[in-house]
Design a protein around this ligand. Structure first.
Ligand code: SF4
Ligand code: SF4
Length: 363
């Protein structure tokens, strides 16, 4: 198909002019048939800044018109009606450019080729055989304007990809290649989290949509393809309990307000903004509300962080060093705290002014 300036091809692939000017309309083809619990789709419904409804209803100024296809959130009924835009896109006949969102990890079909399938999404219309997630990826990813991985299973493999798993599961970048580029010239955009923090995902999607509208540069990503502005700091740096850590004041049991590093928190070495951002409407955020950080946004999750609820291995040196330092700091701050809890002595009744003011007008 010839691609004309300022238009899109019937495959949805944007022309150069489109990429400069932005698209008036874009589809989001969301497949949650990776190995997952569908928790990312569920988590997304809690987003408020912006809400997915606001994006789909066109309430965010400057975004293209968005057509969302997601088996839980899509207004279409299901069955072939639901699958139609996916089939069209796989044939290269999508009327609009599309963002492919994958939820769940990618099983390795090669290890059981010809002997069943790990996960599927619809059936082949001719043979009636299930179409595997891998088939959809092979047909959709090369045509997608952008590819987004939602949640830790899709980004890095997550729980399904842990040691001893039978499926050979992996993340999207392991499957498509870490140097994969979409037709829009973007690398895979990874939004990890088990599940995604709702606003983290929506903020990233909105940035990608503004980029599609020609109103923003590509989102800046780190070496693990995570949005830099969301995953550039550690859990510890945003934790409500960091003051306790600094003073060497550690919880020995749950239900304590103190730092939880001794009961299994990996926050000092994990990239995640959840304690700062909260979980829903700013409330929550793992360690803030008594949950240890188990590193669910990290490529090494879960194996590197197991066994959960034990003191982090290799991480015990810094709490050990902080202990004597923290004890001294705590004592000194205790003294200062007593001092700043006293009112100055010149605040009193009586005829004498003792504030230090010089009454120079008096003879
Ligand atoms: S609870 Fe975890 S994240 Fe919070 S201060 Fe302690 S170690 Fe750091
Ligand atoms: S604080 Fe830790 S456990 Fe909680 S979402 Fe972030 S990485 Fe996951």
């Amino acid at each position: 198909m010839t691609i004309e300036s300022g238009t899109t091809s019937t495959s949805g692939t944007p022309s150069r002019a489109d990429q400069r000017q932005g698209f008036p309309e874009i589809d989001i083809l969301w497949i949650s048939e990776g190995l997952s619990c569908d928790g990312d789709t569920v988590s997304l419904t809690a987003a408020d800044q912006p809400a997915i409804e606001d994006v789909v209803l066109g309430l965010i100024p400057g975004l293209p018109k968005v057509n969302l296809y997601n088996k839980v959130l899509s207004p279409t009924l299901g069955g072939e009606e639901f699958l139609a835009p996916y089939r069209a896109a796989a044939r290269g006949e999508s009327p609009n450019p599309f963002i492919l969102v994958i939820e769940g990890s990618i099983p390795n079909q090669d290890i059981i080729e010809g002997d069943g399938y790990w996960t599927s999404f619809g059936n082949d219309l001719e043979t009636g055989e299930p179409l595997t997630l891998n088939w959809w990826l092979d047909h959709l990813a090369p045509k997608a304007w952008a590819v987004v991985a939602a949640g830790t299973c899709a980004t890095y493999g997550g729980i399904h990809a842990m040691a001893g798993n039978p499926t050979g599961a992996m993340g999207l970048a392991d499957y498509l290649g870490w140097d994969f580029k979409s037709t829009g010239g973007l690398p895979i955009v990874n939004v990890p989290g088990c599940p995604i923090q709702p606003e983290n995902f929506m903020e990233t999607l909105t940035w990608v949509l503004y980029h599609a509208a020609g109103a923003a540069p590509p989102p800046p990503l780190d070496a693990n393809l995570r949005p830099q502005w969301l995953f550039g700091r550690t859990v510890h740096e945003g934790c409500d309990r960091a003051g306790y850590y600094e003073q060497g004041n550690f919880a020995r049991e749950y239900n304590s307000p103190k730092c939880q590093v001794k009961v299994g928190c990996w926050g000092p070495v994990v990239n995640c903004n959840v304690p700062k951002r909260g979980w829903m409407a700013g409330i929550g955020g793992c360690p803030n509300v008594g949950g240890i950080c188990i590193g669910c946004t990290m490529p090494g999750f879960p194996d590197t962080f197991m066994p959960f609820m034990d003191e982090p291995s290799g991480g015990s040196l810094s709490p050990m060093l902080i202990k004597p330092y923290g004890a001294v700091i705590r004592r000194l701050r205790g003294i200062t705290n007593m001092a700043v809890n006293r009112e100055p002595r010149w605040r009193h009744r009586g005829s004498e002014l003792t504030s230090g003011y010089d009454p120079h007008w008096r003879p």
